[in-house]
Design a protein around this ligand. Structure first.
Ligand SMILES: NC(=O)c1ccc[n+]([C@@H]2O[C@H](COP(=O)([O-])OP(=O)(O)OC[C@H]3O[C@@H](n4cnc5c(N)ncnc54)[C@H](O)[C@@H]3O)[C@@H](O)[C@H]2O)c1
Length: 422
């Protein structure tokens, strides 16, 4: 059975994997790939992957202090202040330990004892309940902000004005007006900013995109709240899989489960039509659970291949044009996989969702001056797509996306304007 050429990339064979133990895997992967995982080819037709290629390196950050060796070079350390010491704060602090040259040294939470526990666990200089202490600290180069979208706009804008490089969790804001304010602050400060829609960097998502680079159709289903999850899945549709301007948005939905008081609907079926005539269908199904598909899944339908991203991006099943399975790619890196779905956090330091890679991307871009993969412009745009869906669901009318963006004062997305493309 022939596997598609694009789906057979191999990592460093024999670099570890679960059989070698988590510590052995980490050491081997760090030696070979920096923070990213290695991979190995398993049984015929099955490929196990744990990450991508080597990390970039480049100039040192302006105000960095300590020095570490990385890839045979001497470079300064990126000293990070952490704002928001909850679930995602834990994840990012764990991941940062595996990104060479990054050190978390100060911790802030409105609930100060949480910040103190982080200081004990991850080490560093201080814990505080005052975010301004972190933002104004000249000894810090960067901040990780994961407090939730109510506070993201104010904290990100203040950090940018203070010259800090920023990683910020999604969603960037609750309104487009706030999001644009953040964008203006980040762009005028000229700092590096990484938007936490991690899945774009997930190993098997990237592999799926290479196998079906221009899907004719794509389909995503997701069970969760719109505010906290839709931007993840829409980001993949509009900023990765469909590399063409978004032209039209049409959605129908209802407030079925009353999950979000501030939104007109809590669930919807939306179609997004792109200038290249490809179409994405997105089903956000609130509290209705599908035990087979689980929290979310993605399918890409190309002219030659179909890809099914299953198990929260842990499996990528590649089908040929007759429906035969050509290859099954499986993520096999160390992560904090719980005993059973729904019993805890299923993300991890090298995890299959791209979390470690987004921290590595911030560090690499601070050093090189390059633009990160997930930008502030993407953050505004994907929120605009979500708002256009909500508008369409409310009015039952299609939304001309370029006109919507102009009305809201938003510039073109990463693929340009979609005027009259369909
Ligand atoms: N990328 C992902 O996979 C992913 C997964 C889960 C959550 N998230 C996002 O991460 C963000 C945080 O989610 P979480 O699950 O970590 O929430 P959480 O409630 O576990 O943690 C948030 C923490 O921020 C603190 N906080 C709130 N406002 C603050 C302020 N002004 N100053 C200092 N501390 C403050 C809270 O006390 C809390 O400890 C949300 O925006 C969420 O959507 C992303």
């Amino acid at each position: 059975m022939a596997a598609p050429a694009t789906g057979t990339t191999q990592g460093a064979a024999g670099a570890g994997g679960p059989a070698g133990g988590r510590g052995a895997w980490h050491r081997a992967a760090r030696a070979v790939y920096g923070c990213r995982g290695a991979g190995r080819v398993g049984a015929a037709g099955d490929t196990h992957v744990g990450g991508g290629g080597p990390l970039q390196s480049g100039p040192v950050p302006a105000r960095a202090t300590g020095r570490v060796g990385w890839g045979g070079r001497t470079m300064k350390e990126l000293r990070v202040g952490v704002i928001g010491c909850g679930g995602q704060g834990t994840l990012h602090c764990n991941n940062a330990r595996y990104v060479p040259g990054v050190r978390t040294v100060a911790y802030c939470d409105a609930d100060t004892p949480r910040a103190e526990r982080f200081l004990q666990t991850y080490g560093g200089a201080y814990a505080t309940g005052d975010a301004q202490r972190i933002i104004g600290d000249p000894d810090l180069d960067a901040v990780f902000i994961q407090t939730g979208p109510t506070h993201h706009p104010r904290l990100v804008a203040a950090a940018a004005r203070a010259g800090k490089h920023i990683f910020c969790e999604k969603p960037i804001a609750l309104t487009l007006g706030e999001a644009q304010g953040v964008k203006a602050a980040v762009e005028s400060a000229g700092v590096r900013f990484v938007y936490g829609t991690c899945n774009r960097l997930a190993p098997l998502v990237q592999r799926a995109q290479r196998i079906v680079p221009q899907p004719v159709y794509s389909l995503c289903q997701c069970q969760d709240t719109i505010t906290h999850q839709a931007v993840h899945n829409l980001d993949l549709a509009v900023n990765l899989f469909h590399a063409s301007p978004l032209v039209r948005v049409y959605a129908q939905g209802d407030d079925v489960w009353h999950l979000e008081r501030d939104l007109p609907v809590d669930s919807f079926v939306a179609t997004l039509t792109f200038a290249d005539r490809s179409v994405h269908c997105y089903i956000q199904h609130g509290s209705s659970r599908n035990g087979t598909l689980r929290k979310y899944s993605y399918q890409l339908f190309g002219r030659a291949h179909c890809v099914f991203l299953a198990d929260r991006f842990k499996r990528c099943i590649v089908h040929g044009s007759s429906g035969e399975v050509l290859q099954t790619l499986s993520f096999e890196g160390p992560d904090f996989t719980p005993q059973a779905e729904g019993t805890g956090d299923v993300r991890g330091p090298f995890g299959y969702m791209g979390h470690c890679e987004e921290i590595a991307d911030l560090a690499a871009c601070v050093r090189s001056g390059a633009e990160p993969v997930m930008t502030i412009r993407d953050a505004v745009h994907v929120l605009a797509v979500e708002k256009a869906i909500l508008e369409s669901a409310q009015t039952s009318l299609p939304v001309d996306f370029a006109a919507f963006c102009r009305r809201e004062g938003i510039g073109p997305g990463r693929w340009g304007w979609g005027d009259g493309g369909v």
